[in-house]
Design a binder for this molecule. Structure first.
Ligand code: G6P
Length: 615
């Protein structure tokens, strides 16, 4: 949520800040703004505009009309106050001495605002952020670090902040708590950003600020302090993503590009963890085989699509490793007095590694003595750093808000972990495990085969893109996949959609099926083909149009053609473990092409943000 950038160096800041914000637009696109220190006149120039970044670019002639070599920028996903010009960031203090950009939510903003009003401060916006800038201004007596620290000590909630001072053209300050912020190290110039893509054009050397750490950024260098003001020696990470991986590369949308990248992303995630003899090498440091053998249960915690991966993984783990698994939504888990302890393995799944609910769930789990394994895409992110052990998905940067390749790599990695666990706990023989690993390794090629021809999905989308309701149904793993297919569709096409366990449909939802309603029936679990066919007949009898997704030919009823699915999507033959990785692809493509035909803004769907760093 919200994207922050900051720059100090020898170049004009505003155009660079806008370029950085362009790469962070997936984090929020309600409004955008810049604040640049005008060294010549001793002030701060603030420009902001409601709506997409393009409005701000137009207003500032792509930044060229704003002089200055030090500035901060922001792209907003509104929390407090509607997305208008006044509520947009950066916010300037009453005196004009301080400007800042903020990501997160300040929970005690009302009481701080009250205090500041009593001190004579006035407010122009509805935001929690304006309180922070006025508070820093209130404490500012020529020592920026002291003023920021004093103000930050009073803030409750989450924040990543970039702060400039009118009378300090030589530095800016960044600090964070529970919201991500990284520092980019250049030559004679330095940066801050919420995420790596904003920095890739300038540097690959980054420092990920830890909890409550503060960076004082100058042209020459960066000094990092902990919460108590102690100077730190932060680790400098080398980012291996290439700049092109965060570009569209000829595709119309990031989402389509990322769908097409899935074969390689899955291969990258699986292959390096498999030895030549098909045994698995996960490289876990603290979660030793003895620890994995001693577990009583597993609790998978995540949000959104990552939660759906957890639901698929539950079936696989219980079947192959015979460990009981519960799957919890991170936002619920924290407040649910979860029954976990030292014998529980909590698996946290998160693409960004920064989703606030998931991060807080992780902390809750650790406090209760559980060990935490995280499955994360972003190296060095908060969740990765705070877990007992981390397994990275090597999906590369994912820019489209609707996740695709991150989902696939999470799934593949969970399957590999399942096989490892099954082997370690003696539930799979050496031979069985190797056979499964061999099949899993083929997933990348099967995905590539599946993606060679998307014309059938384009055709189906053209038939049904104007439907009002689309239902998804399946049983067991197919139900978990139905949830993801339905989410993908509603996220980007705004069509009302629900996913149901097929047997449950008749307990209420079937009343919504009427002539013309589209139902996507997932039938990849061959053992349940007949049950699924009955459910398909139930909805067909009520006038629904059915698209069935299968791995093996469905036994159709020649005597009652009207009871059979209207369209069948057949997936390449594959092992049971790989089936979910393949089945999700037609669902992603269906959602994509439907949204395309509806003219939706696919990479930046309304009201959504990629990285959700508020509760
Ligand atoms: C947002 C994204 C989803 C994602 C979810 C969890 O809602 O739009 O695609 O699944 O957050 O994010 P995480 O980074 O924790 O996987």
């Amino acid at each position: 949520m919200c994207g922050i950038v900051g720059y100090i160096g020898g170049k004009q800041a505003a155009p660079l800040l806008l370029q950085g914000l362009e790469k962070l637009e997936y984090r929020g696109y309600d409004s955008a703004g810049l604040a640049v220190v005008d060294a010549g006149n001793g002030g701060i120039i603030v420009k902001k505009a409601r709506g997409r970044l393009s409005a701000l670019k137009k207003m500032t002639d792509c930044g060229k009309s704003i002089p200055g070599i030090l500035g901060i920028g922001h792209t907003r996903w509104a929390t407090h106050g509607e997305p208008n010009d006044v509520n947009s960031h950066p916010h300037l203090s009453r005196s004009g001495r301080v400007a800042l950009v903020h990501n997160g939510i300040v929970e005690n903003y009302a009481e701080l605002r009250q205090y500041l009003c009593e001190q004579g401060y006035g407010f122009v916006s509805d935001t929690d952020t304006e309180v922070v800038v006025q508070l820093i201004d209130h404490y500012y007596e020529n020592d920026p670090v002291a003023a920021v620290r004093r103000a930050a000590d009073q803030l409750r909630g989450s924040f990543a902040l970039g702060i400039v001072f009118a009378d300090r053209p030589d530095l800016f300050i960044a600090l964070r708590k529970d919201s991500p912020l990284i520092v980019g190290l250049g030559e004679g110039e330095n940066f801050i950003a919420s995420d790596v893509p904003a920095l890739l054009a300038h540097t690959r050397r980054v420092i990920r600020l830890g909890e409550r750490e503060m960076a004082v950024v100058t042209r020459e260098g960066v000094t990092v302090y902990d919460h108590f003001g102690v100077k730190l020696e932060p680790e400098v990470l080398e980012i291996t993503w290439d700049a092109e991986s965060a570009e569209k590369g000829g595709y119309e949308h990031f989402m389509l590009k990322e769908i097409m990248e899935q074969p390689d992303a899955v291969r990258r995630t699986i292959a390096p963890r498999v030895r030549g003899d098909f045994t698995i090498e996960l490289g876990l440091r603290r979660l030793t085989d003895d620890v994995l053998r001693s577990l009583d249960r597993i609790c998978i915690v995540a949000c959104g699509s990552s939660y759906h991966v957890g639901m698929v993984a539950r079936y696989a783990i219980e079947r192959m490793a015979r460990v009981p698994v519960t799957v919890a939504l991170a936002s619920e888990f924290r407040y649910d007095n979860p029954m976990i302890g030292p014998e529980t393995l909590v698996i946290i799944i998160s693409q960004s590694g920064e989703t606030l609910d998931t991060l807080f769930a992780l902390r809750e789990a650790k406090e209760r003595g559980a060990r935490v394994l995280s499955i994360v895409n972003v190296v060095g992110s908060s969740i990765a750093v705070e877990s007992t052990d981390v397994l990275y998905t090597w999906a590369g940067p994912e820019i489209a808000v609707a996740t695709t390749k991150a989902y696939s790599t999470q799934l593949a990695l969970m399957q590999l972990f399942t096989l490892y666990l099954g082997r370690v706990r003696g539930r799979l023989t050496d031979l069985e495990a190797r056979e499964e690993v061999r099949s899993l390794l083929a997933t990348g090629d099967k995905l590539a085969e599946l993606l060679k021809d998307t014309s059938h999905l384009q055709y189906l989308a053209s038939l049904y893109f104007n439907r009002r309701d689309i239902f998804f149904m399946g049983r067991n793993i197919d139900y978990a996949l139905a949830l993801e297919g339905s989410l993908k569709l509603k996220e980007i096409s705004y069509i009302h959609s629900e996913a149901y366990a097929a047997g449950e449909l008749k307990h209420g939802t079937i009343s919504l099926i009427e002539p013309g309603t589209l139902v996507v029936a997932l039938c990849t679990g061959t053992k349940l083909h007949e049950k699924m066919l009955s459910n398909i007949r139930e909805v067909k009898a009520r006038g629904a149009t059915v698209i069935a997704l299968t791995t093996k030919p469905i036994p159709l009823d020649p005597n009652h053609p009207n009871a059979n699915p209207d369209h069948i999507i057949e997936l390449p033959a594959c092992c049971e473990l790989c089936a979910p990785s393949l089945s999700v692809v037609p669902l992603q493509l269906l959602a994509y092409y439907v949204a395309l035909l509806k003219g939706c803004d696919i990479d930046k769907p309304r009201n959504l943000a990629k990285s959700v760093t508020v509760e």
